[in-house]
Design a protein around this ligand. Structure first.
Ligand code: PHE
Length: 343
């Protein structure tokens, strides 16, 4: 074969390969065609085996012709691949139409912990009556948690509020009442605050948890009477448990209030008839309350001749259990999603 025959033959091969590539419908087939022509053992390579037998000048011409042939095939190959990809995209655009009018998938709506929900509801009720929110630390000194609240050292009233002590003599507060002291030391009357927060006691069963939540209330002004306390808490009971909820005040004792009263609401499960939840009494205890003891006013330097006030403290878990129908306080703290998702 001389060099002009070789040139012609290479031209033919290129035409042939370009035509074949234009026909293929799949990328794999295009690769195969390209390899058949341009691979190590491909037809172009095979044809070029005559190269050594050619004259020096002809070798150059043959090389050029072979390069032209190769690049024509390469080009056709690339072009066909691009065409196939475009066709594939067009086909998918046609078949996989997206309905842009479909509503987006919403993330599941989550709500706060049931205790937080109830806490907020209770805060809202007192906020409506003009109470501001005050907060205090969970680690307290004996002074704020007991002494200023008229618990003398070694007084038996401390026994009911056994708690966790820190090495430096401070303690985890057993109630939110220390915030009464902090508020009265920090601000002058008239005062109207509630104080939600975490408290601690050495106590654990189905209705007691070593950590639980209270909301404290404190109102100090001139001419505040027990009637104001009753009216405030009766209104609270109706807002919290529904219109017509009866309340009952039972004499009680707290070192920092005098007189003191436990407040019961008529059992919301049996309409005061008596059931298991209210131990057949028809009443449920929901909070402690009383008129601020003059000794407490003395401890914080408020003139007890001029001012009177009332205070109350309620357990958020207790109210949440009643409102939500929960029978074991520990459920609040186990973080079991099957429980939490119900609220
Ligand atoms: N601090 C009391 C308790 O935890 C409740 C209380 C608060 C009683 C305010 C009277 C007034 O038991």
């Amino acid at each position: 074969m001389n060099v002009s025959e070789l040139e012609v033959r290479l031209g033919e091969l290129a035409d042939q390969a370009v035509a074949e590539l234009a026909q293929v419908a799949r990328k794999e087939d295009a690769i195969q065609v390209k390899n058949r022509y341009l691979g190590k053992k491909g037809v172009v390579q095979e044809l070029m085996q005559v190269l050594p037998s050619l004259a020096h000048e002809d070798k150059r011409i043959a090389g050029q012709a072979s390069n032209q042939c190769k690049s024509a095939i390469e080009q056709a190959y690339e072009g066909q691949l691009a065409r196939l990809e475009r066709d594939e995209l067009a086909r998918r655009m046609e078949s996989e139409r997206i309905d842009v009018t479909l509503p987006a998938r919403r993330p599941p709506v989550r709500s706060g912990h049931p205790l937080r929900q109830v806490e907020e509801e209770l805060i809202d009720i007192f906020a409506e009556m003009g109470f501001d929110v005050a907060e205090g630390p969970e680690i307290e000194s004996d002074f704020y948690n007991f002494e200023a609240l008229n618990f003398p050292p070694d007084h038996p009233a401390r026994d009911m509020q056994d708690t966790f002590m820190l090495d430096d003599g401070r303690l985890l507060r057993t109630h939110t009442s220390p915030v009464q002291i902090r508020t009265m030391l920090g601000y002058a009357p008239p005062l109207r605050v509630i104080s939600p927060g975490r408290v601690y006691r050495v106590d654990s069963d189905i209705t007691h948890s070593p950590v639980f939540h209270q909301i404290e209330g404190l109102l100090v002004d001139t001419n505040v009477t027990f009637a104001d306390l009753k009216g405030t808490l009766a209104h609270f009971a109706e807002r919290c448990f529904g219109p017509g909820t009866p309340v009952r005040f039972r004499p009680s004792f707290f070192p920092f209030t005098e007189p003191s009263a436990e407040v019961d609401i008529g059992c919301i499960f049996c309409a005061c008839k008596g059931c298991r939840v209210c131990s057949n009494t028809g009443w449920l205890e929901v909070l402690g309350s009383g008129m601020v003891d003059p000794n407490v006013f003395d401890a914080v330097g408020i003139d007890s001749k001029k001012y009177t006030g009332f205070a109350f403290g309620l357990g958020v878990e207790r109210i949440a259990m009643l409102k939500l129908g929960i029978n074991d306080i520990r459920l609040f703290f186990e973080n079991d999603l099957r429980f939490l998702r119900q609220f």
